[in-house]
Design a protein around this ligand. Structure first.
Ligand code: ZN
Length: 157
């Protein structure tokens, strides 16, 4: 067994869509970033790459590369899963937490799990997504950013 952790944070701004776990969330702000800035998917990519000691999202998909501008982050996720499998690992499970003061994410969790599981070619029972607030503390609590944490467990194929 091997485990990896992932962490990411993106700033909330106007004139951007809010995409989390590949799902578009109805909100008046969105996350700022070079790609679609899907903070949850980015944390999961880092957890997968980390579990296989393959570096991080920045080395594989640099934000200086114009090919990745406004990119659907699920493409990064599918690519990370392929790299992990090429190294001889199977994805056992993913757990993750999104920390957002607003909006309420509960209505979107099952769709995020379905979207992530499909992209990773694993079952929804192998993908956990949890959401919490920051109790109005710090930049996340002030609604200026969204944070995501993820952990991935791999086994030898
Ligand atoms: Zn990111």
């Amino acid at each position: 067994m091997r485990v990896g952790i992932g962490y990411d944070v993106h700033r909330l701004v106007s004139d951007r869509k809010l995409i989390l776990g590949g799902v578009e969330i109805s909100y008046h702000l969105g996350l700022l970033g070079h790609s679609d800035a899907d903070v949850l998917t980015h944390a999961i990519v880092d957890a997968l790459l980390g579990a296989a000691a393959l570096g991080d999202i920045g080395t594989h998909f640099p934000d200086t590369d114009d090919r990745y501008e406004r990119m659907d982050s699920l493409i990064f996720l599918a690519d990370a899963a392929a790299k992990v499998r090429q190294c001889g690992y199977r994805i056992e499970n993913i757990d993750s937490t999104v920390i957002a003061q607003r909006p309420k994410l509960a209505p979107y969790i099952s769709e995020m799990r379905a979207r992530l599981a499909k992209t990773l070619d694993i079952t929804e029972t192998q993908v956990s997504v949890k959401a919490t607030t920051a109790e109005e503390l710090g930049v996340v609590g002030e609604g200026k950013a969204i944070v995501a944490h993820a952990i991935a467990c791999l086994s030898r194929l």
